[in-house]
Design a binder for this molecule. Structure first.
Ligand code: NAP
Length: 317
């Protein structure tokens, strides 16, 4: 396709929302192009078994689920480009999506760029980033077999990461800033009853301690915790710290173009419409309430159907 071709629809993002949008738009004969983004398959590729996606009574591996969604989108006619969208602007009657491959033109754009793990923002988190500080137990937990590790957070992600890590590690300390978990009852119960998990309540990570020999040779030895009730500190021996403290929507590249909340979540109406006509959004990029794979897929479907309606209403197909 030449640079001057204007696509009917371009989808940005390759999580459940993006692939579902691809399935729907390709089945509507709109030959969508999907820009996969920096993490192909999105966040689910970093989880273990997905137990709450309907249709899989025994659960499904996150990577497998996303690979199957990608295959389904491709089989239906979605063209997938393993590039990253970097900007969006209006030009005449269409949009231009700037990407790592160059500019791409489209009449409609479906934004499904999801969200990324949040970090604590302390200096030593950066010092040991990827050398003991991680955000994905499934990806990096294997390095810490038989060792003691720390997980930060009190939500479902933290409980999931901690429970997973107990299968590999000697001991897992969950650090939570309050004395009550945010996690769902079933996941909280599983973690609270796990004998390999210890909880550090009302605590915050003050520092990651370790040894730095060189840029690529460093290791974590402990995590310094501050008790938020009495201000006391203590060092918990650990070879790794896994952060599970929520997510930030991947919308920096849309700043100043698409209306968003202060937190970066895109603002949409009940029909997945952004403030820009013909630009729709679906999934974690706007949804800070449900943030589930199944809701993301549902939003991707809605955004695609709305894009399809927009194209026919505007006489663009
Ligand atoms: P979350 O529910 O927003 O929980 C984030 C946790 O991190 C909270 O406990 C929060 O503390 C803590 N936190 C936030 N910022 C912090 C900071 N700067 N320092 C220390 N602690 C901080 O995020 P999530 O666990 O990633 O879950 C997101 C959504 O995905 C939820 O709807 C969840 O149900 C879903 N999810 C589902 C599954 C599953 O069903 N298999 C697995 C993972 C996630 P406070 O509690 O004090 O706010």
């Amino acid at each position: 396709m030449s640079e001057s071709t204007i696509r009917s629809a371009v989808i940005c993002g390759s999580g459940p929302a993006g692939y579902t949008a691809g399935i729907y738009l390709s089945r509507a004969n709109l030959s969508p192009l999907l820009l996969a983004g920096p993490q192909v398959g999105g966040q689910l590729t970093t989880t273990t078994v997905i137990e709450n996606f309907p249709g899989f009574p025994e659960g499904q591996d996150g990577n497998k689920l996303m690979m199957d969604m990608e295959t389904q989108a491709k089989n239906n006619g979605t063209e997938i480009l393993y590039e990253i969208a970097t900007g969006l602007r209006r030009e005449g009657d269409h949009y231009v999506i700037e990407s790592t491959q160059g500019p791409i033109k489209a009449y409609t754009v479906v934004l499904c760029t999801g969200a990324s793990p949040k970090l604590l923002g302390i200096e030593t988190e950066q010092t040991f980033w990827n050398y003991g500080v991680h955000t994905c137990a499934v990806c990096d937990g294997g390095f810490y077999r038989g060792k003691e590790v720390v997980v930060v957070g009190g939500g479902d992600s933290a409980m999931e990461e901690a429970s997973y890590l107990t299968k590999l590690c000697e001991k897992v300390t969950v650090v939570h800033r309050r004395d009550e978990l945010r996690a769902s009852a079933v996941m909280a119960k599983r973690a609270l009853e796990n004998p390999k998990i210890e909880f550090a309540w009302n605590s915050a990570v003050e520092e990651v301690l370790g040894e730095v020999e060189s840029k690529h040779k460093k290791r974590v030895t402990a995590v310094r915790l501050k008790n938020l009730k009495d201000g006391s500190t203590r060092d918990v021996p650990a070879t790794a710290m896994f952060l599970a403290i929520g997510h930030k929507p991947n919308t920096d590249w849309l700043s100043g173009t698409v209306d968003m909340e202060d937190t970066g979540y895109l603002k949409i109406d009940g029909h997945c419409r952004t403030n820009l006509p013909g630009v729709f959004a679906g999934g974690d990029v706007h949804d800070h309430t449900y943030r589930q794979a199944i809701t993301a897929a549902g939003f991707g479907c809605m955004a695609a159907l709305e894009a399809e309606r927009y194209l026919s209403r505007e006489g663009l197909v």
